[in-house]
Design a protein around this ligand. Structure first.
Ligand SMILES: Cc1cc2nc3c(=O)[nH]c(=O)nc-3n(C[C@H](O)[C@H](O)[C@H](O)COP(=O)(O)OP(=O)(O)OC[C@H]3O[C@@H](n4cnc5c(N)ncnc54)[C@H](O)[C@@H]3O)c2cc1C
Length: 481
């Protein structure tokens, strides 16, 4: 008789240690003794400030304490001690995440990287830069631009999110349609593992296929497999200034049709974004950009192609929009004017947030199913009697439906939960995903298996169990219990 085969990754997720006040106190004392220069913050205001990220509708517990190490060596010491005392750890960037990835865990130490926010090197010969995780995305962009170089990943939150957080979530953004998401720009990572040891993944060569691709494994793992202490990113020559075109439509279907026509015309714009009528009106009210508030949808198309190619791309896209029924288009070559048009799209979330308790969600579908997704979201919002707008990265098939309820609505939480569940189900039915770029985090764990399948989740549990056998790395995130 052959021996029974144990199922890979069977059973539950690695069980996180239970909070224990005595062990926690001993850990904090040991931490202060080992790293006397490290401020271990435990005052309630500090803890409250590090409790949540930007995800509405989550009520995480207070962290045990917050620390901001200055070196990778300190991070390794902290993690080693946390492993010894079985204390959970939450790595946190700027807390702009929209899936609860950086939300505190009970009895857990939150580690921030504000003191590890430098560019360590810019290698002009090889077009790579090595940075610490705390650097803000827009700061990195600006610093490499001084060298005539370009770091493409461009989340709409680029002014307020860190590279460590971008790696944690595999952040997308506005120019993925041409340049890909964060993982396409990450060559190598330095990672502190759950036992306090440090490894380097990948390298600085353009081609490198030695062994398993650990870089891709850590990118998007939301701090559940290790802590990133250095990131080596790929840079490109800075592209020419963008040409920007806006097109307004009387129906969402026309906008969807325009996207299909732009794609069919073989145009690969660097940005292809959409806002629905609700979002256009909210944005106009917020920033007075001069948008057509009677429109049902707006597309923003940008090209950074060299020379006359940008003009050609924008003209082709404009023609596709008109053929699809656009009532009005406006194009700009002047960088200041283009920036103003872009700011309209970037301010979508801030504009919607003012209207009540708002939750920005994140789903993706194959690009050809975009119009079906938009229609489904509209129907669900109408049936739930809930205002809300939809905007997002239509060129990637990635949309952000937002759900708005009155701040004093006693059923706010239930109503948002019901609506978002229906939208996830619709995205899955269309062959899509419950998250295009924000991650599973804490908010969508219950949807992971429905999205990826039981077998894939078992394999994920096996990876988690191998790299974090004590369950101390950001427990309760990504994998369902
Ligand atoms: C207005 C607005 C617009 C947004 N637009 C976009 C967009 O266009 N595209 C997009 O993708 N996202 C967008 N986001 C979401 C958010 O900005 C991104 O998810 C971003 O990557 C989070 O970065 P952060 O520094 O705030 O990280 P946090 O929210 O602090 O953390 C995010 C995750 O990364 C992990 N993490 C942080 N640092 C490390 C580290 N050093 N090592 C290991 N894990 C780590 C955390 O544990 C957490 O799981 C938007 C958010 C807002 C509020």
């Amino acid at each position: 008789m052959p021996a029974p085969v144990e199922q890979i990754g069977g059973g539950r997720t690695t069980v996180a240690p239970r909070p224990d006040p005595e062990r926690s106190a001993a850990f904090l004392a040991a931490l202060s003794a080992r790293l006397p220069g490290l401020a271990v913050r435990t005052d309630p205001a500090d803890l409250e400030a590090h409790r949540r990220d930007e995800t509405v509708n989550l009520e995480p517990p207070m962290p045990l304490a917050v620390v901001s190490p200055s070196t990778a060596g300190e991070v390794a010491e902290i993690v080693g001690l946390a492993a010894a005392y079985r204390v959970p750890i939450v790595p946190r960037g700027e807390g702009s995440g929209l899936s609860g990835g950086a939300a505190a865990v009970a009895g857990g130490l939150t580690i921030t990287f504000r003191k590890m926010a430098s560019v360590l090197s810019i290698d002009l010969a090889n077009l790579v830069a090595t940075v610490q995780p705390g650097i803000i995305n827009a700061t990195l962009k600006a610093l490499v631009a001084e060298e005539g170089l370009f770091y493409p990943p461009d989340p709409a939150s680029c002014d307020i999110c860190s590279i460590g957080g971008n790696v944690g979530t595999n952040a997308g953004g506005l120019c993925c349609v041409k340049y890909g998401v964060t993982r396409e720009s990450v060559l190598s990572l330095e990672v502190v593992l759950a036992d306090g040891s440090t490894i380097r993944t990948g390298g600085t060569t353009v081609k490198d296929v030695a062994g398993y691709d650990l870089t891709r494994l850590f990118v998007g793992s939301q701090g559940t497999l290790g802590i990133v202490t250095e990131v080596t990113v790929r840079l490109r020559p800075i592209p020419p200034p963008k040409m920007t075109m806006l097109a307004f439509f009387t129906t969402l279907t026309q906008a969807g049709d325009a996207v299909a026509r732009i794609t069919a015309a073989r145009v690969v714009p660097c940005t292809l974004e959409m806002m629905d009528g609700f979002t256009i009106r909210a944005v106009e009210d917020y920033g007075h950009f001069g948008f057509d508030t009677t429109a049902a949808a707006m597309l923003m198309v940008e090209s950074d192609a060299p020379g006359s190619a940008a003009n050609d791309e924008i003209l082709t896209a404009e023609r596709a929009c008109r053929e699809a029924g656009a009532t009005f288009t406006v194009a700009s070559t002047d960088p200041a004017e283009a920036d103003l048009l872009r700011q309209g799209r970037r301010s979508a979330w801030w504009a919607i947030q003012r209207l009540g308790l708002a939750r920005m969600d994140d789903v993706g579908v194959p690009r050809s199913r975009m119009p079906d997704l938009v229609t489904a979201v509209e129907r669900i919002l109408a049936e739930e009697g809930m205002p809300g707008g939809t905007f997002g990265h239509v060129g990637d098939g990635n949309l952000h439906p937002s759900f708005i309820v009155a701040r004093d609505d006693p059923d706010a939480s239930d109503r948002i939960e019901r609506a978002r569940g229906r939208v996830y189900a619709a995205a899955l039915e269309l062959g899509g995903t419950v998250t295009g770029e924000h991650g599973i985090g804490l908010a969508k764990r219950d949807w992971l298996e429905r999205t990826r399948g039981e077998g894939a989740v078992r394999a994920m549990r096996a990876v988690k169990g191998a790299l974090d056998p004590l369950g101390i790395m950001n427990p309760g995130k990504v994998l369902p219990d």
